[in-house]
Design a protein around this ligand. Structure first.
Ligand code: UT7
Length: 319
């Protein structure tokens, strides 16, 4: 038994916000610096009151529509997010209520920018075990809500959005291999080191990052986990038709492609228009490449995530 992606959807809030728009909002930066260091030209930013479950709802409706299913058909809902609506209940339960599903298994996965890859690999294991048949897997984030807009080294990098896939059991492949890893020893290089206690915010509620340490770590593990996933499926990296790494920075994508000996035209790139949308970046890019018909039936596609924790992972599937 395999699990297969049968529908995808995505959603971006509001109009694109360009690098120059950020300058006009008073951030001490410029388009040249952002484009040359990151490849980012614009991003979408949610309103203050717009939540991850709101964005996830739009993406999920589109994915269900593409799969030809109703929300009531789902028996599993997993939301990958590091910007949940509440401490609890989970964003997955809030999304479930908005969709009008009653009774499906629903929970969040917290693996930061690897979250969607983690969630998809987990859903694959549920479906292959025979316990569940139709899953909705969502990556939804409002990182703009946890950015320190006075820290130009981080606030220009991120954007908001959501992507979703419907995964169903099938006797045809399907997801071919998955690999998930973490090493908490590196927790301090990318974190939001705050919490809530006694009715007050404790620690620091904003995203903090050692950019250069993250850069080096990401490039190494994305290449390694890609190779591991290929070996698990018994294929060479040259057999991959499309690679969708987490969209953090064009220089990370280029370095990963070089290490995996893949031409850049096999990569799906959205970081220029979306910025880094954390757990939403991979399903947003996947939905774009499926809807513009770049991806054809029978092709092999690899998804890769890397993010805070540190966490990293990959999912290889046949479309
Ligand atoms: O999901 C994972 C998320 N994280 C990432 O993807 C981050 C990976 N890291 C990176 O992409 C890069 O490290 C950054 C793009 C974040 C930074 O690039 P860098 O080449 O490592 O720059 P830097 O931090 O060493 O800063 C270089 C200079 C500094 O000025 P001085 O000290 O050399 O005068 C910064 O103050 O760039 C300055 N700078 C900026 N200038 C204009 C930092 N941010 C900005 C900015 N605009 N937004």
């Amino acid at each position: 038994m395999f699990s297969r992606i049968t529908g995808t959807g995505s959603f971006l809030p509001g109009p694109p916000v360009s690098n120059d728009d950020l300058v006009h909002r008073g951030i001490e930066t410029n388009d040249d610096w952002i484009v040359s260091r990151t490849g980012i030209r614009c991003r979408h930013l949610a309103d203050q009151g717009e939540t991850s479950s709101d964005l996830g709802l739009e993406a999920s409706r589109r994915a269900l529509n593409a799969a030809g299913l109703e929300a009531s058909d789902l028996d599993l809902i997993i939301v990958a997010t590091s910007t949940p609506d509440f401490i609890f209940p989970s964003t997955a339960c809030l999304l479930q209520a908005k969709l009008g599903n009653h009774g499906a298994t629903a929970f969040d996965v917290q693996a930061v920018c690897s979250g969607f890859v983690y969630a998809l690999a987990i859903a694959d294991k549920f479906l292959r075990s025979g316990s569940h048949r139709r899953a909705l897997v969502v990556g939804a984030e409002v990182f703009s809500h946890i950015l320190d807009w006075n820290d130009r080294a981080t606030c220009v990098l991120f954007g908001d959005g959501a992507g979703a896939v419907v995964l169903e059991t099938s006797d045809q492949p399907g997801i071919l291999a998955t690999a998930l890893h973490a090493d908490g020893a590196h927790h301090a290089i990318l974190s939001v080191p705050g919490g809530v206690s006694g009715g007050r915010v404790t620690g620091d509620p904003f995203l903090r990052m050692d950019g250069q340490a993250v850069f080096k770590f990401a490039v190494r593990v994305l290449a390694e986990v890609g190779e591991e996933c290929c070996q698990a499926a018994g294929i060479a990296s040259s057999d991959i038709d499309w690679l969708i790494p987490h969209q953090a920075n064009i220089r990370i994508l280029e370095a990963t492609a070089r290490r995996m000996k893949m031409p850049m035209d096999k990569l799906v790139v959205t970081v220029d228009r979306h910025g880094n949308t954390s757990a939403a970046s991979v399903p947003l890019a996947l939905d774009e490449a499926i809807r513009d018909r770049r991806m054809q039936a029978g092709q092999k596609i690899m998804l890769e995530g890397v993010g805070g924790g540190f966490t990293w992972g990959a999912v290889l599937f046949e479309f």
